[in-house]
Design a protein around this ligand. Sequence first.
Ligand code: MG
Ligand code: MG
Ligand code: MG
Length: 306
Amino acid sequence: MDKTYIFGHKSPDTDTITSSLVMANLEKELGNDNAVACRLGNLNKETEYVLNYLGIDAPELIESVEDDANVILVDHNSPSESADNIENAKILKVVDHHKIAFETAYPLFVRSEPVGCTETILFKLYKENNVEVSKEIASLMLSAIISDTLLLKSPTTTEDDVKAVKELAEIAELDYEEYGLDMLKAGTDLSDFSIEEILSLDAKQIDFKDVKSIVNQVNTASIEEVLEMKADLEEGMNKIIEDENLDLFMLLITDIVNSNSQVIALGKSAELVEKAYDVKLEDNTVLLEGVVSRKKQVVPIMTENA
Ligand code: MG
Ligand code: MG
Ligand code: MG
């Protein structure tokens, strides 16, 4: 039988990685022995912390899929964020919490809910299918929900996420607040990364109407520390703007303790940030009070003002 490749988005985050593992396990439990968890890029530090803590191997690294390959998409559905050649693969299922951004010429299983994390949906799917959630699976799910909702503080957090975290923390036997903060902090360690890597760790290509943009988010416990690299970051951003012909590059430096983001905005459409948030960029940067969610507090506002 052909393999079923299960993967999340490029520039993988904790939800993307753990969801591929958790979905592969669900598929196997339901009789699909050919399910393989995959990833489209390197692990970030936060995800590395999670997998090390739990003693779990990372999913298999792939870059592209072959023509007619069976695939299941988790934590994304947009072809631009997916594996190369996704247009020619056969998408069997999608489990995701982002807006629908794809079309197929054939019917498929799609489970999409406006919750804070893919794992919140997968937890429901386990229950619906009467599949046992082991301690290990619960720990993976819990880690992702903490990551995507910044410990339930992001405005993307729903009641379903809160409920899932409480239930999963019991199964996982973890103090989720203590574990969660350690995990988020592990993700803020940028010391091993080059400027280029920092700028691609959690970068998403998003067009605000006609404004071709990249929005990259970096979590930190100290905005000041990241701003020490500002000149180098700007040089790297300008290079990407030129290479990819972008109108805007937004770097969100998100303070996970105080729930704010410092934005660095470059490109000929940088003033869109000023218009959208009613702020003035000084030296290309400004603090966006209370902004932590790219999905809820950046994409809609920037699109509306573009
Ligand atoms: Mg994600
Ligand atoms: Mg997610
Ligand atoms: Mg994210």
